[in-house]
Design a protein around this ligand. Structure first.
Ligand code: ADP
Ligand code: MG
Length: 339
């Protein structure tokens, strides 16, 4: 029988990988914001139109790229962030897979403007469906701007699957919250259909939470602090009387990366036991710092799940830190106990 296996062309491989990385406009927002942070930016602007379907733009004042790097950045497995598999266990960047830009460029129209501090002139690149369609020298501020238009232009099934502008906008806002809460030392602007949604000045964790969720949040926050060899825990829980029927604000960050963890969530909920009604949900903004060698982030392309070496210890420490915080601040139970 004749041989039948062939290697897929790059643009097809990119489109397949994109299926995992880019689920909706919010995924593009997440990847571009994370790249801006990795580039060392301290001011980042997010501009979207029509729930990100018409436009997603992220402008940063980070290190920028040379013309050669700008071209290479759209290749799959092209990254400046790791050099070997060992580097996965001492990660100090959000990115490392080198596939976000390749994926986005495979399924959208992308325009990149970038300039490094040492280059006098920057570069403008246009990429459509994995192909670079133009490259021009251009005058542009130091840093990088990515413009993503016509998301899923070549995958009608995906495009049709997108929800209303309002729903996509909500997903984008959720991503924006996660990134902004993890990085209070960065200034953020967020514009939707031409109006400013957020202007977040540089600040500290507490002030950033208040700037994102409103002035009333301040009185709700109880600080949590714990430092051990395994983990440093900081952040805030909301007072039990502010627990809500809806899930509301629940955030875990590990090494400044937003993560989802049903297991750690359980640790928090169990610390609140007896203080809130069982059908209510506590609010929390918890920042865990651990040795990068003690976690594995490379579990899923979106990196919102991680694996701890010592999950049980982290659980126990988190639970006790929260119990301690609740006790120290003389938190009164929000419900009357029936004897
Ligand atoms: P990863 O972030 O995993 O390295 P990406 O596909 O997101 O992969 O980006 C590829 C490379 O492009 C990055 O490693 C980085 O060198 C460069 N890059 C992407 N975005 C920016 C940016 N905003 N500023 C400077 N360089 C960037
Ligand atoms: Mg990236």
């Amino acid at each position: 029988m004749a041989d039948i296996i062939q290697l897929l062309p790059d643009h097809v491989a990119n489109q397949i990988a994109a299926g995992e990385v880019v689920q909706r406009p919010a995924s593009v927002v997440k990847e571009l914001l994370e790249n801006a942070i990795d580039a060392g930016a301290d001011a980042i602007k997010l501009i979207i139109k029509d729930g990100g379907k018409a436009l997603i733009q992220v402008v940063d004042n980070g290190v920028g790229m040379s013309a050669t790097d700008a071209r290479l950045s759209f290749e799959r497995h092209a990254t400046s962030k790791i050099k070997s598999a060992d580097d996965l266990f001492c990660l100090h960047t959000k990115g490392f897979r080198g596939e976000a830009l390749a994926s986005i460029a495979a399924i959208a129209h992308v325009e990149l403007l970038t300039r490094t501090a040492t280059d006098e002139i920057g570069v403008q690149l246009k990429v459509e469906g994995s192909k670079i369609s133009s490259q021009e020298p251009t005058v542009t501020p130091k840093g990088t701007s990515f413009c993503v238009k016509n998301l899923f232009f070549n995958i009608p099934a995906r495009r049709n699957f997108l929800k209303s502008n309002q729903v996509e906008f909500r997903h984008i806002t959720d991503e924006f919250h996660r990134v902004a809460l993890a990085h209070p030392d960065i200034q953020f602007h967020f514009y939707n259909n031409g109006s400013e949604i957020f202007h977040l000045p540089k600040s500290n964790y507490r002030q950033r939470i208040v700037n994102v969720f409103g002035a009333k949040t301040n009185e709700k926050l109880v600080p949590v602090e714990e430092e051990t060899q395994v983990v440093k825990i900081s952040g805030f829980i909301s007072k039990p009387e502010f627990s809500k029927k809806s899930r509301g604000e629940q955030f875990f960050f590990v090494n400044n990366r937003f993560i989802k963890s049903p297991y750690l969530h359980h640790a928090v909920v169990s610390a609140f036991e007896g203080l809130i009604k069982s059908e209510n949900h506590p609010g929390y903004f918890l920042y865990l710092d651990v040795d990068p060698a003690s976690i594995d982030i490379n579990i899923h392309p979106t990196k919102t799940e991680i694996k701890f070496d010592d999950e049980h210890t982290v659980y126990a420490l988190l639970r006790s830190a929260i119990k301690h915080a609740l006790g120290q601040f003389n938190v009164v139970p929000a419900l009357d106990f029936e004897a």
